[in-house]
Design a protein around this ligand. Structure first.
Ligand code: NAP
Length: 695
């Protein structure tokens, strides 16, 4: 008898009690594992995450958590082979492993890099700029994001045992929230194998992650308002979970990614013989057959102009006829099995419903030619293309998701009708459009936008590098409106912010600057004896300020600058024309001259810790500078962000004022500043060192 796979609960591997559920291989029905979570202390798991995992994660900054994700990605990347071997048992081919295993590790890398680049080296994040709330500027407000103090409960679908886990773990851990992962039981042995590696790596703090192999028991009963349930799976399960009494009673945050009847639309210009027609055919075939069609983003509905319906049916039939189905371990096999016999039965049942409204173009749900496999033992299915020439009169083809290698070809008349048909999916994760006509593309994209989380425009110019219809990319939206989940954006930093609370904090500029480590106008300034350009990154304090000497700008300066740079714009050179301009009193200084003179006033010239000028943000010229005006500059350390072991980025708040104290230019200046101390011998930055020490 196969031993029960243990769950990872409260820092220990614990096998569930009683008779476990045997989990058969998708290829030949052998039992590969057995699952049971009976007897687990689910309330204890939540308490452990809240008591141990949450505080440990919250003690780290975003950059430290990002470094942790990167370390984990590197660790798993070295150990893919045994996972591939197990992944075959789920019916996946080598190419499919790439989406699930490499794709999941890729998500960790991507979140690590975004966390490092786009989030501060702090335990909180800021959202938006300071808002001045009073006339005198002594009362300001700011949105601050802090991690929830609860647990992220991840209930995942069976089709991506690794990616499904990692794409949710990455944002939760980056946010500073511990997670309990509950993979779908059918393929949980692969998730469990990867999870074992995560635990063995020792990279994550205690309590940061736990795993349930099997059912969730009474877990949901113990959730509260600081917890988040993130569900991926079918519409039906999502509705059951959302209506769970404890979730409603305790206002538990619930996000769902679920069924999606995604569409691919062939443009009215893209007839047979065009590259876009061929790209459409290839993409529909690819989406039907990769992961045996068990992808949430797969093309379920392929919409073509009526005039091209027959040609598209013929081309797809030919393409799909060449797909070799069988043992996914073989190199000559393109499509493996569905994840389980149960799933094959579910797809057959869905196809039986769809058949009521469609014709069969190719494939037989009851018969499949196999290479190296036995149809009686494994969950194999031939790719099935259905056709519907009157899709506006049909309903089931827009409602029933056959989660396998199944798609329906539909004829449309006119772009409005294509949009209406796609919209009948009631909200989808993604759509793709295939056209080389700019107007057709714009009309389709703008028409489809409201019903989709992502739209991919594929044409001959981008096809080679395009990731295709169905690949959610970490930085972009994943999720969709309506039926696909309700409009929650799961990709990118929005995914991180799902696990954080956004709070409006109001107070004096000094109070907020001290809290947020970000200086704002009106907050206290500090002054050191040394010019801030002489002070290394580590020593500089937020609020440190220099007020420069004044400098008067003459007409000769303006003419010299114009001659030197070649910028002879009339506003600087022609008094009459400048006066006729509604913004200028007469000839004025170039904005770039003001910037250059400002630098001349605040720069400390000798070699020192400032390594480079990295650019300007938020530059505005707010008032013209006339010949004879006298400018001066205030330069203040606004915020600091560690970048590399050798240097950090300093953001300076710069204000250039005239002799009346009016602001004539304001901007953020970015410089790269060296640390005081030498980098450590292993090349790690101070923040990476803290992570290592904190473990
Ligand atoms: P499912 O049957 O709805 O199951 C999803 C998850 O919910 C599984 O982990 C399942 O665990 C769990 N579950 C079921 N009933 C539960 C309950 N009463 N309490 C707690 N957990 C419960 O979906 P699936 O068959 O695994 O996945 C296929 C579906 O996922 C397809 O419809 C597909 O469209 C969708 N999907 C959507 C996306 C997306 O991003 N929108 C991505 C991937 C998949 P057990 O396995 O133990 O029952």
């Amino acid at each position: 008898m196969t031993a029960t796979m243990p769950s990872f609960a409260q820092g220990r591997w614990i096998a569930g009690d009683g008779e476990p559920t045997p989990l058969p291989s998708a290829i030949d029905g052998r039992t590969v594992a057995a699952a049971s979570s009976r007897g687990l202390d689910f309330a204890g798991m939540l308490a452990h995450a809240r008591r141990v995992g949450g505080p440990a994660l919250r003690a780290l900054t975003f950059h430290q958590r990002a470094a942790m994700l990167k370390a984990l990605a590197l660790y798993l990347n070295e150990r893919r082979e045994p996972l591939y071997a197990l992944s075959f048992e789920t019916g996946a081919t080598k190419r499919d492993h790439f989406f699930d295993i490499d794709g999941g590790i890729g998500a960790l890398f991507a979140y690590a890099s975004r966390g490092r680049r786009e989030l501060p080296d702090e335990r909180f994040a800021l959202d938006g700029a300071h808002e001045q709330l009073s006339k005198g500027g002594t009362f300001v407000g700011r949105h601050v994001m802090t991690p929830l103090r609860g647990v992220a409960v991840h209930i995942n679908a069976y089709n991506f045992p690794c990616w499904g886990m990692l794409e949710k773990l990455a944002p939760a851990l980056l946010a500073g929230v511990p997670a309990i992962v509950k993979p779908a039981t059918a393929t949980s042995y692969l998730t469990q194998a990867m999870f074992e590696m995560i635990v063995a790596s020792g990279i994550l703090p205690d309590g940061a992650v736990q795993l349930i192999v099997g059912g969730t028991g009474d877990l949901l009963d113990h959730l509260g308002g600081q917890d988040v349930v993130s569900f991926t799976g079918s519409l039906a399960t999502s509705l059951t979970l959302r209506d769970h009494p404890a979730l409603g009673r305790n206002a538990v945050r619930f996000v769902a990614e679920r069924d999606s009847l995604n569409a691919a639309v062939l443009g009215t210009d893209a007839g047979p013989g065009t590259p876009e027609f061929d790209l459409f055919i290839t993409e529909v075939m690819r989406e039907m057959t990769s992961k045996a069609g068990q992808k949430c983003t797969a093309i379920r509905r392929a919409l073509v102009p009526r005039a091209y319906y027959d040609a598209a049916a013929e081309a797809l039939q030919k393409k799909l006829g060449g797909v070799v189905v069988g043992d996914p371990r073989r190199d000559d096999v393109r499509m493996g099995a569905l994840a389980s016999m149960g799933q094959r039965d579910a797809v057959r049942a869905a196809v039986a419903i769809l058949r009521g409204e469609t014709e069969a173009i190719c494939g037989d749900p009851e018969h499949v030619e196999l290479r190296g496999a036995d149809a009686d033992l494994g969950a194999f299915l031939a790719p099935l293309l259905l056709g519907c020439e009157r899709p506006l009169r049909a309903t089931k083809i827009h409602e029933v998701e056959a989660f396998g290698p199944v798609s329906t070809l539909m004829a449309y008349d006119g772009i409005d009708e294509a949009i209406e048909l796609a919209a009948r999916g009631d909200g989808s994760l993604c759509a793709s459009v295939y056209t080389y006509d700019g107007d057709v593309a714009s009309e389709l994209i703008l028409g489809l936008g409201a019903y989709h989380g992502r739209i991919v425009a594929i044409d001959r110019d981008c096809a080679k590098e395009s990731t295709g219809h169905g690949s959610p990319l970490p930085g972009l939206v994943h999720g969709g409106p309506g039926r696909a989940g309700g409009g929650e954006e799961m990709g990118g930093l929005r995914g991180v912010f799902h696990y954080m609370q956004r709070t409006a904090v109001q107070g004096s500029p000094t109070r907020l600057a001290a809290l947020t480590h970000t200086w704002t106008r009106g907050a206290a300034e500090t002054k050191q004896d040394a010019h801030p350009f002489r002070r290394p990154y580590d020593d500089l304090a937020v609020g440190e300020t220099v007020h420069t000497a004044p400098r008067t700008i003459t007409l000769e300066d303006i003419e010299h600058f114009a001659a030197f740079t070649g910028d002879q714009f009339y506003a600087h050179m022609n008094e009459e024309a400048a006066r006729a301009n509604p913004f200028f009193p007469g000839r004025v200084a170039h904005g770039y001259l003001v910037l250059a003179f400002a630098a001349g006033l605040f720069v400390e010239p000798s070699p020192g810790p400032v390594l480079a000028n990295y650019g300007l943000d938020n530059l505005r010229f707010t008032k013209p500078v006339e010949p004879g005006d006298t400018i001066r500059v205030r330069l203040t350390v606004k915020s600091k962000t560690p970048r590399k072991p050798e240097y950090g980025e300093v953001r300076w708040d710069v204000e250039v004022t005239n002799q009346h104290d009016d602001i004539v230019a304001a901007y953020d200046l970015l410089t790269l500043n060296a640390y005081r101390s030498e980098p450590s011998s292993d090349g790690s930055s101070p923040s990476e060192l803290t992570v290592a020490q904190g473990r």
